[in-house]
Structure formats: structure tokens, C-alpha cells
Write a protein that binds this ligand. Structure first.
Ligand SMILES: N[C@@H](CCC(=O)N[C@@H](CS)C(=O)NCC(=O)O)C(=O)O
Length: 232
């Protein structure tokens, strides 16, 4: 049995973290038995991040390493997709995980109206008296990281404009198809839809959520993959 160590369920998502949602979808697509173990402390896991899996006496961190582990066991996340489409799918994964992800994080952590919801939802385990000072430092560090990454230096309008070509690329791939590369989900769907789903899951109206909600092709895509992958 594989144990997925994941951040908790929240904002209507099976995890606050889109990477943990992606890992759940990979496990489900692989058809292997697994169980979840919730954690809100990534420090003891590889790279101090989640998701991770515990299996056969080892801990494997990072959704890509989890993917590789499942593939070594026989999982096929691509099916008959041709090499050129796989290459495009790989680029979509990088777009989702190395660019769209930071939009989701800034939409949540960089928004003063959203921040109290994060503080209380993610960090409920920290005693109430300590919660504000401890999480204030965590937020500051995270926003400094996003400033170093670059997107954190953009205004909201600039940031949203920067996202548009990503959304257009997704819409172009979805044109006439249920999933990015065909009629069944393949590897890039698990990254791209997880990021879109996280953006839509905001419990308050945010620039990212408003933009995604206004797009029927994107919202129906997210619903389609969630209906398929989040069910029993
Ligand atoms: N490349 C990693 C990214 C995982 C990741 O960024 N996880 C975030 C949550 S969405 C995390 O654990 N962050 C904790 C931290 O940075 O302190 C993967 O694909 O699994």
C-alpha cells in the first residue's frame, strides 16, 4: 500500500496544494492501492515540500518522482500519444508548474483579503495566540521568495496580463477535445487542471478566480477532470 502524504482538504479541493491534488490524480490514474495521510508540516520530507509518498520503506518526495516511481511499476500516463504531442505536453506541465502555480500562490498569499482565510485554514494547528506572529513571518518569507522569483514584483494587472497567453494555450489545446491531448486525460492534464482548479477554488472573489470563472471552456474542463478523478 502506498501512503500519500498530503496537505489537508480545503476550499472544496481534495488538498490545499495543487501538487498534492496532482499526486492523487496520478495515483488514481495508475490504478494502485493508496491511502492518504494528512500533514501540515513538510519540514521532515524531501526538499521540505509535499506531496510525498511512503512506500516499500522509502519516502519519495516531489510529484515528478512519484510519477517516475509509478511508471517504474508499469503506470502509463500517456497512452498512445505521439512523441511530438508528448513534447508539447511536457511544455504545458512546465508552464503550469513553473508559472501558473505562482499565480495561484500570489492570488492566495499576496491578497490581504485572502490572507486571514489562509492563516486560519492552513495553520489552525498553531495555538491561536502564536498563530498571527508565526504565520506573519511565514507569509513574509513566502512573499520575499515570490519577489525573488519575479512575479511578486508585478502589479495585479500586470500579473493577470502575463497569465493570458497560458490560458490561451490551454484553450487552444482543448479546442474540440475533452482533455489537452485527446479524449482521455494524460500526464499534462494532471498538472494543468490541478492549477486551474486551485485558482477556481478561492473561497472569495479574486482576480484569478474571476478570470477563470468567466471562461466556460476552462471551467467545464476542470469540472470534467474532477468528476472523473475525484470520485470514489
Ligand atoms: N516540485 C514539487 C513542488 C511541490 C510544492 O511546491 N509543494 C508546496 C505546496 S503546493 C510546498 O510543500 N511548499 C512548502 C514550502 O515551500 O515550505 C512537486 O512537483 O511536488
Amino acid at each position: 500500500m502506498i501512503t500519500l502524504i498530503t496537505y489537508q482538504t480545503g476550499f472544496g479541493e481534495s488538498s490545499f496544494s495543487p501538487f498534492c491534488v496532482k499526486a492523487m490524480w496520478l495515483l488514481k490514474a495508475a490504478g494502485v492501492p493508496w491511502e492518504r495521510e494528512d500533514s501540515n508540516d513538510p519540514r521532515k520530507f524531501p526538499k521540505a515540500k509535499l506531496p510525498a509518498i511512503r512506500t516499500e520503506g522509502q519516502i519519495i518526495g516531489d510529484s515528478h518522482n512519484i510519477q517516475a516511481y509509478l511508471e517504474r511499476g508499469g503506470a502509463d500516463f500517456w497512452g498512445p500519444v505521439a512523441a511530438r504531442d508528448r513534447a508539447a505536453g511536457h511544455a504545458l506541465i512546465r508552464m503550469a508548474e513553473e508559472h501558473m502555480y505562482f499565480h495561484v500562490v500570489l492570488d492566495r498569499w499576496g491578497n490581504d483579503d485572502f490572507w486571514p482565510l489562509i492563516r486560519e485554514a492552513y495553520f489552525a494547528a498553531i495555538p491561536a495566540l502564536l498563530r498571527k506572529p508565526i504565520t506573519g513571518r511565514i507569509r513574509k518569507n513566502l512573499l520575499q521568495g515570490l519577489s525573488a522569483q519575479g512575479l511578486g514584483r508585478f502589479t495585479t494587472e500586470e500579473r493577470m496580463a502575463r497569465l493570458e497567453p497560458d490560458l490561451a494555450a490551454i484553450a487552444a489545446f482543448l479546442d474540440g477535445r475533452d482533455y489537452l491531448l485527446g479524449d482521455v486525460p494524460t500526464l499534462p492534464d494532471y498538472s494543468v487542471a490541478a492549477m486551474l482548479s486551485a485558482g477556481l477554488a478561492a473561497p472569495i472573489q479574486t482576480p484569478l478566480r474571476r478570470r477563470l470563472q468567466s471562461d466556460p471552456a476552462l471551467t467545464s474542463y476542470v469540472k470534467r477532470i474532477r468528476d472523473r478523478m475525484d470520485g470514489a
